[in-house]
Design a binder for this molecule. Structure first.
Ligand code: LMR
Length: 333
């Protein structure tokens, strides 16, 4: 812990004085919490490649995957202090920053598929959401996809009642807390890096993930059952320290914007495919039983979980929820 704080202070000093640019070289530290072989991990590597090529080496991007540098909450503090320059936290992790609107993405069943989601993330609502980060010293650059979450545990899950009384790990989102409560489960906020061990030792009974996160963290080795509820979305906002970004030479910033645009196309192209592959590998491992709910079972989950929308409307903003319904054509059935 002491080391981490020291790293933050040293990083902050460098970040604020701009000395991260040793001998004319601009360094972007890009910290994230998932494995390299995930949609986010691969997209971060692709951004690094494009950024370094297009700036002809003026910019060096150092990617730190798997919570190597910072865990969930720490990485946001590190960004604000300037100890790292770029992150791509899950949209479920912006609430503690005061950007509660981002929790709209956590509402269960608000998006049925990537097409509906992209109408929001790649359209004007997405831009308005990113702009809300600026007063917090953060510039939002893009939305990157991961995928749709499903519930896992060490017992078969076929009905909402099967989750009753289970301790379920969630990301730090009030909407996700309410979602678990709607099922009678006990939500436990926990950093991503701690989930595997918590599942292994029984500190929590289950969790929710897109297949790519479950597989690359080996959670399928410590969860016997996975039910493909696809009840919620997990994706990212790529963010930078605003002071750092605004202080870049204009030509370099333009090249980086172009690299980010292309990395975003790449991220959103590989996300579904990667999740499909990882789901197939989870099933193949034989360690987790993968169950596909019937349409009636899916409808029962949707019925149990959509009241969360109205319950959380005051926190998120009813107008934002309505605007998204209009874009996607959401119906409660
Ligand atoms: C989680 O904590 O489950 C995810 O936000 C991790 C990630 O970055 O995909």
């Amino acid at each position: 812990m002491k080391l981490k704080i020291a790293a933050l202070i040293v990083g902050a000093t460098f970040g604020m004085t701009g000395m991260a640019h040793a001998a004319g070289e601009i360094v972007i530290k890009f910290s994230h919490v998932v494995a390299q072989d995930t949609p986010k991990g691969q997209a971060a590597e692709y951004f690094k490649k494009l950024a370094e090529e297009r700036t002809k080496g003026k910019v060096k991007v150092q990617v730190y995957p798997n919570s190597q540098l910072y865990k969930d909450k720490e990485e946001l503090e590190a960004l604000q202090l300037g100890a790292v320059q770029m992150l791509a936290p899950s949209l479920a992790k912006f609430g503690p920053l005061g950007a509660k609107e981002f929790e709209v993405f956590d509402l269960p069943y608000i998006f049925d598929n990537y097409e509906e989601l992209h109408k929001v993330t790649q359209g004007p609502i997405g831009q308005q959401l990113l702009a809300k980060l600026e007063p917090k010293g953060i510039k939002g650059l893009a939305f990157w996809d991961n995928g749709f979450k499903s519930f896992s545990a060490n017992k078969p899950i076929k009905t909402p009642a099967d989750l009753k009384g289970l301790k379920m790990r969630i990301q730090s989102s009030k909407v996700l807390e309410e979602q678990m409560r709607a099922l009678g489960a006990l939500p436990q906020v926990m950093a991503f890096s701690e989930v595997y061990q918590a599942l292994q030792t029984g500190v929590v009974d289950g969790t929710e993930n897109p297949p790519s996160n479950m597989y690359t963290q080996k959670m399928h080795e410590v969860q016997k059952n996975l039910t493909m509820t696809n009840h919620g979305y997990l994706g990212y906002a790529v963010i930078v320290n605003k002071k750092f970004w605004d202080g870049l030479p204009a030509d370099v910033r333009g090249q980086l914007e172009g690299a980010m645009k292309d990395a975003t196309i790449y991220a959103n192209k590989i996300a579904k495919q990667k999740n499909d592959e990882d789901l197939a590998d989870i099933a193949k491992s034989g360690k987790t039983q993968v169950y596909n709910p019937t349409p009636a079972e899916r409808a029962a989950f949707k019925k149990a979980l959509t009241p969360v929308h109205a319950k959380m409307a005051d926190r998120i903003g009813p107008n934002l929820i309505k605007a998204i319904y209009t874009q996607t054509g959401f119906t409660a059935n």
